[in-house]
Design a protein around this ligand. Structure first.
Ligand code: MSS
Length: 363
């Protein structure tokens, strides 16, 4: 990227101090930059591209960007300008990479070593896909999946199926799916999938297809590698296959964001973020002794709906010494974050509370 610049060009507008640059295609929000608000500022949000981002030129005529809709009774292509006339809704949701927390796996899972910052909470504005589908005569008979295809150009010489970003999610996700053109009240940037992105609130990041070119209702899941063998929960050393659980719905999760290393003795406010994933959040507890005793934290900020996260705070008195701060959230179905991670080959889906703790020195 540009010489002397800490960030690649396509994300040059971001706040470099808030980000850890793992590579040109993977940037993580620093744990101490997550902040205490409900919404993650766009210039701090993590970025993850499986393929290099398309040329910035695709943003020139964003209103003319076409999305092909198939597997409905009246299939057709619509431009962004046309999509904007069908309907609009704003939904706040947590965007989290399947591999967030990978750095905590002991087996050295291959892939970006994200700790907690491959996640953020943002407001998406776009047309509810169910309204668009109604306009197009409804989903055609026999379709079980909603399949989105990314608009990247496939590098020459590669088998498209091996690298293309094409993901299928169960048809039930049509209830909350959106085709979005704004993030945090601004036109959707190229880095986050502009001109148009498929967003599936409550589902892992990979299902939220950027620069979406096609939305297809399909009988089966796509055979693109990113779906068929990639993003699957599988035993260590086992190859990926379509029978293994796919990274779809996100479970309940939380982590402490401040303080992270040191504090002065006395009154200490412990902050963090918590979310229910595909379900609503019921509450979150904090422990300062590694999980022996827990206290209910206070949820902060407005409740921006089932798919959003809530910042939380717990006020404590801490004498000089060492403390292990951990948090444990519960969703509205009564599911609580487990203590341990579920080991799996690729280091996906880590929501165990123990590994997400931090050691604090009070002096
Ligand atoms: N889309 C497209 N088109 N491409 C790519 O690469 N990636 C994924 C999603 N989507 C992609 C897409 C992922 S994987 C993720 S996380 C996300 O996206 C991210 O986002 P951002 O906005 O942050 O960047 Mo993992 O599960």
């Amino acid at each position: 990227w540009a010489q002397g610049s800490p960030l690649p060009d396509y994300v040059g507008w971001k706040n470099a101090d808030a980000l850890i640059v793992h590579s040109a295609n993977t940037l993580e929000t620093r744990r101490d930059a997550i902040g205490r608000g409900v919404l993650t500022p766009s210039d701090r949000l993590f970025v993850r591209n499986n393929l290099p981002a398309p040329d910035a030129g695709i943003m020139q005529d964003s209103e003319g960007w076409e999305v092909n809709i198939t597997g409905v009774n009246h299939p057709r292509a619509l431009t962004l300008a046309e999509l904007k006339r069908i309907g609009v809704e704003t939904v706040v949701s947590v965007l989290q990479c399947s591999g967030n927390g990978r750095a905590f796996f002991a087996h050295g899972a291959s892939g970006t070593p994200w700790t907690v910052g491959a996640a953020g909470c943002v407001a998406w504005t776009g047309v509810p896909l169910r309204e668009l589908v109604r306009e197009l005569g409804g989903v055609a008979e026999g379709m079980n999946y909603l399949t989105g295809t990314g608009g990247e150009t496939i590098p020459a010489g590669l088998d498209p199926k091996s690298v293309m970003v094409e993901r299928s999610v169960p048809l039930a996700a049509l209830e909350q799916a959106l085709l979005v053109w704004e993030m945090n009240d601004e036109p959707l940037s190229l880095a986050h999938g502009g001109p148009v992105r498929l967003v599936i609130p409550g589902y892992y990041g990979v299902n939220n297809v950027k620069y979406v070119r096609q939305v297809a209702f399909t009988a089966g899941q796509t055979d693109a590698a990113i779906q068929a063998t990639g993003y699957r929960m599988r035993e260590l050393g086992e190859p990926g296959s379509p029978e293994q659980p796919s990274m779809w719905e996100m479970p309940v999760k939380s982590w402490v964001t401040s303080p992270l290393t040191s504090a002065s003795p006395g009154r200490t406010l412990i902050y963090g973020v918590a979310f229910g994933g595909v379900h609503g959040l019921a509450g979150v507890e904090v422990s300062v002794d590694g999980g022996s005793r827990w206290a209910e934290a206070r949820l902060l900020g407005p409740d921006l709906g089932r798919f959003a996260w809530r910042p939380f705070v717990l006020a404590t008195e801490l004498a000089p010494g060492e403390y292990r701060l951990v948090s444990r959230a519960k969703d509205d179905q009564g599911q609580v974050q487990p203590e341990e991670r579920t080991d799996n080959d690729q280091g996906y889906g880590h929501n165990g509370w123990k590994d997400h703790g931090v050691t604090l020195t009070v002096a």
